[in-house]
Design a binder for this molecule. Structure first.
Ligand SMILES: Nc1nc2c(ncn2[C@@H]2O[C@H](COP(=O)(O)OP(=O)(O)OP(=O)(O)O)[C@@H](O)[C@H]2O)c(=O)[nH]1
Ligand SMILES: [Mg+2]
Length: 653
């Protein structure tokens, strides 16, 4: 009988000590023989060369240790905002989390954002206040700050002596009256007993604490130091007793791929979290991948090899994480089965920046292109696009990610890449509803042997591309209908201004063909013309991606900061006083975030804290920029026909 497994995420703002804490737990519980350190580049989870060199985590990594008969899979996540997508992916496979704070820096804006996501997903979360040994570390004062700034109920599990010095120690803090009062906020029976004066025993309080922690109502707080190891045993005890392992669900194998690693031979190794059932080596599997327009792509294959994280079995049980090999096309986000998948709406927005990339050395273009395609294929969050003039553009979250991609290209693929300036990616949204019809004309032999009529209308933000099935649709042979759909998906990548069109509902309002002359190619060729004409009838507007921000600043700097935000064109949607500081929230064009980050220390005497995450887009003010088209422009009939014929495959007959 194998042990029960708990998949535990370690989350925090950058540099809080997540990787150091992970390493400390692994060492203390015998999973590694020597204690690695971030500063020496020798930790288990920062295993990438780049991570070791820079001392930051770039990709989430899994490592496991045992607490009695519980196996804990720790998922160490990056704290840098350019890699937020890694955190959000990890969220899908967690049973619980440890949110790390620094005893010196305290609650950061990012801490709040992370805890909010964890609570939204109802993940039981412990809080670890790290770095009690560092100068300036606070202990009990921080408890009040946590309550006030995070707005949650917490129960302190230990106390600190000599905080802020290397001699800082933690001592047990028995669950007593203050803890009971916190728990009574969510428990009427307990409240009645406290009023009566029948104090619950420490054992009873512990059980109530476990129940409320599991329900996400309270967050136990542990103080400690990943550096000296103080307090980490208390945390381990909390992990073992306060966080419930996932239930074992029988049935068909069901799970999700949340990370891809390259094996020694460059092959893909997928990390799969199983929610239900059992997966064995050699088993045939079908993974599903959601695509645009509600479509689903399937990947069928056989698991050639499987190893269980932290185990020796040759099969993967529900609740566990395994590395699987033998599926060359597999990607992050691919899903196996349906049972037990947590119902999470996609947490991450696509990257809102892009940069052109080309090979430094002539002759390496093809190699660069292949390398980028491989990277993008392993990681659906790296998007690439061919642009006019043979360059490729890469979608990005930020400048650090750009450097990381450049370094990976050099190391893993031997290509030196030169990136251009980072610029925003714009989108188009429909301004109204539009229709267009092009009828098959048997007298014009050069034209397409197809009739297509399309109606386009704007969908709700986030709804994506949606095909509305109409009567006409059913009358069309399947191959023609498929060719039309595929062409529509592709064409929407370049709207009237050349930018991707978001959230569009497309209805086929007319179809026609002539047997036996009509072919799928006629529909594929005609659909872009009809679609763009329909877009023209509807009109589109160029939108720009924004970042939602939260900004915390000293009260006396409020007016200066608000003035700068107005100058940057930010939409401020909220402001709240919190003690002696203010928290402002709103939206800011993604292209201006860097400017704000740079200006902030000067505006706030170095005390401002900014946290941003991808937000909604908004109409671009001023002149709408155009992006060069790559499709021969279906709105210019002759030019488009020339483009199509130039792309026809050369006959080898
Ligand atoms: N004094 C002291 N330093 C610590 C402690 N924990 C971590 N550090 C130091 O803080 C720095 C950051 O530690 P990491 O463990 O890399 O932090 P992280 O949260 O994993 O960082 P990212 O993954 O890049 O977000 C390193 O220099 C550590 O040595 C601690 O308890 N005390
Ligand atoms: Mg780290």
């Amino acid at each position: 009988m194998s042990a029960r497994t708990l998949n535990l995420g370690i989350l925090a703002h950058v540099d809080a000590g997540k990787t150091s804490l992970t390493e400390r737990l692994l060492f203390a519980h015998g999973a590694v023989a020597a204690l690695g350190s971030v500063d020496a580049g020798s930790t288990t989870t920062d295993s990438g060369e780049l991570e070791r060199e820079r001392g930051i985590t770039i990709r989430s990594a899994v490592a496991s240790f045992r607490l009695g008969d519980l196996q804990v899979n720790l998922i160490d996540t990056p704290g840098h905002p350019d890699f937020i997508a890694e955190v959000e992916r990890a969220l899908a496979v967690l049973d619980g989390a440890v949110l790390v704070l620094s005893a010196v820096e305290g609650v950061q804006a990012q801490t709040r954002v992370l805890l909010r996501s964890l609570r939204r997903l109802r993940l039981p979360t412990l809080i670890f206040v790290n770095k009690i040994d560092r100068m300036g570390a606070r202990a009990d004062a921080l408890l009040a700050e946590i309550r006030a700034k995070l707005g949650v109920d917490v129960v302190a599990m230990n106390a600190v002596r000599d905080a802020g010095s290397h001699a800082a120690r933690t001592v047990a803090r028995p669950l007593a009256r203050p803890a009971a009062e916190t728990l009574a906020d969510h428990d009427d029976d307990l409240l009645a007993r406290l009023v009566d004066g029948t104090e619950p025993s420490p054992g009873e309080l512990r059980d109530l604490l476990a129940t409320q922690t599991a329900a996400g109502l309270v967050h136990p707080v542990f103080f400690g130091s990943a550096m000296t190891g103080e307090g980490t045993d208390d945390l381990a005890a909390g992990i073992a007793t306060l966080l419930p392992p996932p239930p074992i669900v029988d049935g068909d194998a069901s799970g999700v791929v949340f990370a891809i690693e390259r094996g020694a031979g460059g092959e893909r190794v997928a990390y799969l979290r199983l929610y239900a059932g059992l997966l064995r080596e050699r088993q045939r599997v079908t993974f599903r991948r959601p695509g645009p327009g509600g479509t689903t792509a399937e990947l069928k294959g056989r698991v050639a090899a499987l190893d269980v994280v932290g185990g020796t079995e040759r099969h993967l049980a529900a609740g566990s994480i395994g590395r699987i090999r033998g599926l060359p096309g597999i990607r992050v986000g691919d899903r196996l089965g349906t049972a037990g998948h947590p119902a999470t709406a996609p947490q991450f927005s696509p990257p809102s920046l892009e940069a052109l990339v080309r090979a430094r050395h002539p002759g390496q273009e093809a190699r660069l292109h292949a390398a980028l395609t491989t990277l993008a294929d392993e990681d659906p969050l790296i998007g690439t696009r061919a642009v006019a003039g043979g360059d490729t553009s890469v979608l990005l979250y930020g400048a650090v990610q750009r450097e990381v991609i450049a370094a990976r290209l050099a190391r893993d693929f031997g290509v030196e890449a030169v990136f251009g300036e980072i610029r925003p990616v714009y989108f188009e949204r429909l301004a109204g509803t539009g229709e267009a019809v092009v009828e098959l004309n048997p007298r014009r032999a050069n034209d397409f042997w197809a009739t297509i009529g399309l109606r386009v209308e704007a969908g709700a933000p986030g709804s994506g591309l949606r095909f509305v099935r109409d009567v006409e649709w059913g009358a069309l042979p399947r191959a023609f209908h498929k060719a039309t759909e595929e062409a529509v998906v592709k064409t929407l990548d370049q709207g009237l201004y050349g930018w991707p069109v978001l959230d569009c509902a497309v209805t086929v309002i007319r179809t026609g063909y002539q047997a036996p002359i009509s072919a799928a190619a006629d529909f594929r060729g005609l659909a872009p013309i009809v679609l763009l004409r329909a877009l023209q009838a509807a009109g589109t507007r160029v939108h720009e991606p924004c970042q939602a921000f939260e900004l915390e600043l000293p009260a006396e700097t409020l007016s200066a900061v608000l003035g700068r935000l107005a100058g940057l064109g930010a939409d401020v949607s909220g402001s709240a006083e919190r003690g002696s500081s203010w928290v402002i929230s709103g939206q800011l064009p993604a292209r201006l975030v860097q400017e704000l980050t740079t200006a902030l220390p000067g505006l706030t005497h170095g005390e401002g804290a900014l946290w941003t995450r991808p937000g909604a887009d908004r109409p671009l003010r001023g002149v709408s920029p155009r992006r060069p088209r790559l499709d021969g422009n279906p709105l210019h009939y002759e030019e488009y026909l020339r483009f199509l014929s130039s792309r026809l495959p050369v006959s080898t007959a």
